[in-house]
Ligand binder design. Structure first.
Ligand SMILES: Nc1nc2c(ncn2[C@@H]2O[C@H](COP(=O)(O)OP(=O)(O)OP(=O)(O)O)[C@@H](O)[C@H]2O)c(=O)[nH]1
Ligand SMILES: [Mg+2]
Length: 398
């Protein structure tokens, strides 16, 4: 299950986003440094459930859930302490934060798109701070910190690699594994920069540019939070113009209110939808809050942006797809008769054999072949998964 880090400056709504996405209650306040220890929880991406395409009346998820034809698939979220400038040198909760960032597979960079918090996270009038700067600072701090960590033992590391004859790509992949850097990110960075072929010949500038690239290639989206406030509109335009990353207009506060209202039975709301339906009489005050959300968020941006942020990072940036493993390819069930019990997120391009290993190491070891349940085609172990599939793994042993 991918781990997504909810990161950003302090007091921008990271915990509100986390809480809205996971429904885990955590402290939220309008002041810097409310969160100190990380919060971990389960959020969900949503896809049209394959049970609808297969013409089945329903499915029986054991992980996640299915709602009105939408399958919600779990992802792990981590909400961490906020960052202030100078974090890489230990300011604020500095390196503690950066270490956590490193452990996540992708980043949800939350910014206050209404511009109502200054550089240090203190409240200021909306529109008076440019969130674009906050993204730049965050990434700079991250690069600086990683650079300082790598520099510590660069000399002995590079000499060892050069004398052993190990490939640079392999060596850097191993060296950076603690930072959750993927092999393709390293390869892309090396291809783009073509640094000296011997690591010991790399200058500090070479190392810095390499880390810059690696951080640039780390999957990420910009969660432009507080998009419910009018000042956010022009700042979101600016974020989109200035940054090479996807920007998702978001109101974490609105999503939280909608999910709570749905949980208490006042409205029907499928997370990620563009609207909700009232199902119980609301007090004038509740009606007003919900109408404001409808007008300032849902009608304006098309959704609250919370589920969209998760979907964008997982499917577009991490390039994942969904695989439903089944035992019976005609009934799409597991051994206990549950219909489409599991939906797994996998990176596109993994082989069927590798996928078998994700389910059980025995499946991989004794792998024979797989069956594509939609086409009834037999698939060899080297077949690469590049789109949504329902498959049965056939192995020699049970
Ligand atoms: N208008 C508006 N306010 C929001 C939104 N999301 C969060 N807030 C407010 O922003 C303030 C900070 O929220 P938190 O979720 O505690 O922010 P944080 O980034 O986790 O802060 P730290 O843990 O202190 O770094 C609170 O007053 C929230 O109510 C939103 O979508 N819209
Ligand atoms: Mg917080």
């Amino acid at each position: 299950m991918p781990l997504l880090g909810v990161v950003g400056k302090t007091n921008v709504g990271k915990s509100t986003f986390f809480s809205a996405a996971t429904m885990v209650e955590v402290p939220i306040e309008n002041r810097p440094f409310v969160t100190i220890d990380p919060n971990i929880g389960i959020g969900y991406v949503r896809v049209p459930c394959v049970h609808v395409k297969l013409g089945l009346p329903q499915c029986n998820p054991i992980d996640g859930f299915c709602m009105k034809g939408w399958r919600f698939i779990p992802v792990k979220l981590m909400d961490v302490a906020g960052l202030v400038p100078g974090a890489s040198e230990g300011r604020g909760l500095g390196s503690q934060f950066l270490e956590k960032v490193s452990r996540s597979d992708a980043l949800l960079i939350v910014v206050d798109a209404s511009g109502s918090t200054d550089e240090e996270g203190n409240p200021v009038p909306p529109g008076s701070h440019d969130p674009t700067e906050d993204v730049k600072i965050l990434l700079e701090e991250y690069v600086n910190w990683m650079f300082s960590q790598i520099l510590k033992d660069w000399k002995s590391f590079s000499m060892k690699v050069d004398t052993s004859g190990e490939s640079i790509e392999d060596a850097l992949y191993k060296r950076l594994s603690g930072f959750k850097v993927k092999r393709d990110q390293i390869k892309l960075a090396l291809d783009e920069l073509s640094p000296p072929s011997k690591l010991s010949k790399w200058s500090q500038a070479d190392i810095k540019s390499f880390i810059d690239k690696v951080v640039e290639f780390k999957p990420k989206v910009i969660v432009a939070n507080k998009a419910d406030l009018p000042q956010a509109e022009s700042l979101i335009e600016r974020l989109k113009e200035q940054l090479p990353y996807k920007v998702i207009p978001t109101s974490a506060a609105a999503e939280m209110i909608l999910r709570k209202a749905a949980k208490e039975g006042y409205i029907e709301y499928v997370p990620g939808d563009a609207d909700f339906t009232e199902v119980k009489t609301l007090s004038p005050k509740q009606k007003k809050v919900l109408e404001t959300i409808r007008k300032n968020v849902l009608e304006k941006w098309g959704s609250t942006g919370v589920v969209q942020s998760l979907n964008t990072v997982v499917f577009d940036e991490m390039d994942m797809t969904v695989v439903y493993p089944v035992h019976d390819v005609n009934r799409y069930t597991d051994t206990e008769g549950r219909v489409l019990p599991e939906a797994r997120l996998v990176k596109k391009g993994i082989t069927v054999r590798e996928f078998a290993g994700l389910i059980h190491s025995d499946f991989q070891k004794h792998f024979l072949y797989a069956i594509d349940a939609l086409s009834s085609r037999k698939l060899g172990g080297e077949h690469r998964i590049d789109r949504e599939m329902v498959i049965k793994i056939v192995s020699a042993k049970k």
